[in-house]
Write a protein of this length. Structure first.
Ligand SMILES: [Fe+2]
Ligand SMILES: [Fe+2]
Length: 222
């Protein structure tokens, strides 16, 4: 039953992510690198690892990870205005979408509620509260999502995503520092679990080391 629910959730999320890719293509933008899908796959992997280390419920974390950003995926059943609303509050709409899907599958109501909270609460890079989030599954989804935004692969994901948006011209070094290192350090300070903090530390160390090298290369010094 659990395995079936997992597979059905995965299938549903991949279908919705494909819908988002089709929408991006229809606007003449590039999907050679489908950020949302890549990001979701990474978050699922991280959620599994953090759940295993913290003892959080695995299925809640896995399903929460698959659904966590579906609120950002274009929904062709809705008007452009309603899609804009979803984008602005993607935590809530993603949580609603998960609740609707899981209810149709007759999942346990407590399980549905926990997935709902974890998705709804995952939005943002900083948290108001200093203490770890509750329930534990919400802390896991938060950490998996944020950890995926730390390190070099995260930076490449960010760059691919940014290249599809209208932004002012800026230097690569500026992007590497402000949208890279500074943002990653801020995200690091807002993690919940010890395992995520440890993993983030390693990623930051590697990022800083290679950033120094990159700076030299970009300035033509190396
Ligand atoms: Fe999100
Ligand atoms: Fe995300």
């Amino acid at each position: 039953m659990q395995q079936e629910l997992y597979q059905e959730s995965k299938r549903y999320a991949l279908k919705r992510l494909q819908e988002e890719a089709d929408y991006i293509k229809s606007r003449g933008l590039s999907t050679v690198f489908h950020y949302r899908k890549e990001h979701t796959l990474t978050v699922v992997g991280l959620a599994r690892k953090i759940a295993e280390k913290t003892g959080a419920d695995m299925l809640t974390c896995e399903v929460g990870a698959w659904f966590h950003d579906l609120g950002k995926c274009y929904d062709s059943r809705l008007s452009p205005e309603d899609n804009r609303k979803r984008q602005k509050n993607h935590g809530l709409y993603g949580a609603e979408e998960a609740r609707e899907f899981l209810s149709q599958k007759k999942a346990d109501p407590d399980f549905i509620e926990e997935v709902y909270i974890a998705i709804k609460e995952h939005v943002g890079l900083t948290r108001k509260e200093n203490k770890p989030m509750t329930p534990l599954s919400a802390a896991v989804i938060w950490d998996a999502d944020k950890l995926s935004k730390i390190g070099w692969s995260a930076w490449l994901h960010f760059l691919a995503y940014t290249c599809n948006r209208e932004r002012e011209e800026q230097s690569l070094l500026e992007l590497l520092h402000r949208d890279g290192l500074e943002t990653m350090e801020m995200i690091f300070r807002n993690l919940n679990t010890e395992i995520a903090k440890k993993m983030a530390e390693k990623r930051l160390e590697n990022y800083q080391k290679n950033l120094l090298h990159m700076e030299g290369v970009l300035r033509g010094e190396i």
